[in-house]
Design a protein around this ligand. Structure first.
Ligand code: HAS
Length: 542
């Protein structure tokens, strides 16, 4: 990767880990407060640190890491960024940075304790929303630079399929651009005018609907870069090859198509949406599971073929041939394994009747700590072990590799404790997003306390794992010995079939995506505007 592109990618990743460090402290604090183990000083409150934790981890850490990672891979696979792409990358970084600073400042001032989902009726300072908007616009500008790099490559290589890494990044960005239109509309037309006092009321149901139009694809925006590493980087790390270029591209196209028109599965218990539309969103949710099943199939195939190439025998002999002592493989692999129960949990959530049991309980928090905070985050850690030294011109040393394996184990055991307790407590009916309370010493709530303690043990382990990761990151950034670390990009199998060209005809896929979105959201939004729920403002003021 050209040095200037590497520095830019690194600038994103540094901010990501900075946010991660502060987010981890906020996470520990909110866990201890909720469990009744500490009390906060008067100038701080539970919802404030919960918001800081959610925003810094789920929105800032992920977004900066993802953009930085994709910039590096696009530069690597398309032959370096043009001046336009490079400039767009830096302008995007600056906008995202200032947006984040505004968001964090308003949270610290206790002017924005609106949680990471920030939809109405919770209201923040307008500067929080303006900061969030800047963060998003920054990603758009950076995305324009990446789109341009991709186009340039295709123009210079007519008739060829684009490099898989670049294709997958573009699919992720396409999904992101379509999804963020929803939250941008919510912020611009509802939340900013309302928080400035220009309008007295907002349509709360519409605000939630626009948020979840964005909120579900947001989780795939986190997942897809992890999948990029699974499909493109892991095979190379384990000495294997890409299993199927076509399957990988198909999985990404399906994610683009099906991950947007599904937002009502977050609103299944909401009275303002009719069950017919919820039913359509549930069906589409089950469709969006398919690309993840394709991914599971593909990963098993990669592991088996790589293992057999190394002489593995029998049905499961390949398992022992995998490089378990290499943290670049180990961390994402644990993430993959955890994605099996995490995905099952998602399917439970999506099933209407079972959603009635788990919705708004701490089960949901357990679900997303397994998905994003384990499968995705362990993969991001796994990427960092090679990406940071590759970008800084350093080496991942043997002892840091070993430390990385310990880090992965601490994180995973912490998560098993914490997320396990959360799933179980959810089934007992423990609500999510509540400050410490014993519900006036109700017997049932007092019975939850031992599980809170299990959660706290898990949380403490996660904090230790998080700080260890920060330490390793700083070492790889500044102190590791100089050298060359490989940027792993897998090659195709030798006699692989040609990928059908239709998989790269974006016009077709964008049209299908638009049709599905119109089908799933067109009428419900029209209906809400025509017949606002009691208490909502009429159409002209939203
Ligand atoms: Fe979810 C709520 C449904 C996936 C994140 N989800 C959330 C929230 C977050 C989140 C943050 O339908 C909370 C939002 C809030 O604050 O309110 N989710 C699903 C479904 C899936 C799913 C159906 N979620 C994710 C992913 C996330 C994420 C991924 C983050 C990255 N989720 C829901 C629903 C709710 C929800 C409802 C609302 C709940 C409520 O009531 O509020 C699916 O995409 C899951 C499909 C996944 C699989 C697993 C495939 C397994 C693979 C690994 C294979 C392993 C290998 C290793 C190869 C089917 C690919 C083998 C190796 C060896 C060595 C053996």
């Amino acid at each position: 990767i050209p040095k200037r592109d590497a520095s830019m990618s690194l600038a994103y990743i540094v901010i990501a880990f900075f946010a991660f460090g502060i987010g981890a402290i906020a996470g520990l604090l909110q866990g201890l407060v909720r469990g009744g183990m500490i009390e906060l000083p008067d100038w701080m409150n539970y919802y404030q640190i919960l918001t800081a934790h959610g925003v810094l981890m789920a929105l800032v850490f992920t977004t900066f890491f993802i953009i930085g990672f994709m910039i590096s891979g696009i530069s690597k696979t398309t032959g370096g960024l043009s001046t336009f792409s490079f400039r767009a990358g830096w302008i995007g970084w600056a906008l995202m940075f200032f947006g984040t600073a505004m968001v964090v400042a308003t949270i610290l001032l206790n002017d924005a304790s609106v949680l990471y989902t920030f939809y109405a009726p919770l209201k923040a300072s307008p500067w929080f929303y303006i900061g969030a908007a800047l963060l998003i616009v920054g990603t758009w500008v950076a995305a324009l630079g990446m789109f341009s790099a991709y186009r340039r490559w295709r123009k210079n290589n007519p008739g060829k399929m684009s490099p898989l890494f670049a294709f997958m990044s573009i699919a992720t960005l396409v999904l992101w651009m379509i999804a963020t239109l929803g939250v941008a509309a919510e912020v611009l037309f509802q939340l900013i005018p309302w928080s400035f006092g220009w309008v007295a009321e907002v349509n709360v149901l519409l605000s939630r609907m626009l948020f979840w139009y964005f909120g579900h694809p947001l989780v795939y925006f986190w997942l897809m870069p992890a999948y990029i590493a699974w499909y493109v980087c892991i095979p190379k790390i384990i000495g294997g090859k890409l299993f199927s270029d076509s399957l990988a591209r198909l999985a990404f196209i399906l994610l683009v198509l099906f991950s947007i028109p599904v937002g009502f599965h977050h609103q299944l218990m909401e009275p303002g949406i009719s069950e017919k539309w919820k039913f359509i969103h549930v069906i589409l949710t089950l469709a969006v599971v398919v690309p993840s099943l394709l991914t599971a199939f593909s990963m098993f195939a990669v592991f088996e073929t790589a293992g057999r190439r190394r002489g593995a025998k029998g049905l499961f002999g390949w398992f022992t041939k995998l490089p378990w002592k290499d943290v670049r493989f180990f961390a994402p692999m644990v993430g993959m394994l955890m994605f099996i129960p995490a995905g099952i949990g998602g399917i439970i959530n999506a099933s209407n009747q079972m959603n009635a049991v788990v919705h708004n309980t701490i089960w949901v928090v357990g679900h997303f700590h397994l998905t994003v905070a384990t499968s995705v985050v362990l993969t991001f850690f796994g990427i960092s072990y090679w990406l940071v030294p590759a970008l800084t011109g350093r080496k991942l040393t043997k002892w840091v590799n070993r430390l990385g394996i310990i880090q992965t184990l601490i994180w995973s055991v912490g998560m098993l404790f914490m997320s396990g307790a959360m799933h179980f407590m959810g089934l007992l009916g423990v609500p999510r997003r509540t400050d410490y309370t014993t519900y006036m010493d109700s017997e049932m709530a007092l019975g939850w306390i031992p599980y809170y303690q299990q959660m706290a043990i898990g949380g403490a382990l996660l904090f230790v794992g998080g700080m260890l990761m920060i330490g390793i990151f700083i070492y790889l950034l500044c102190f590791a010995p100089k050298g060359q670390e490989e940027y792993p990009i897998a090659e195709m199998e030798q006699n692989a079939e040609q990928t059908p060209r239709i998989l790269e005809r974006w016009r077709i896929w964008l049209t299908v995506a638009a049709v599905l979105i119109l089908l799933a959201y067109g009428y419900p939004i029209f209906d809400i505007l025509q017949n606002p729920a009691p208490g909502s403002p009429p159409l002209r003021t939203w």
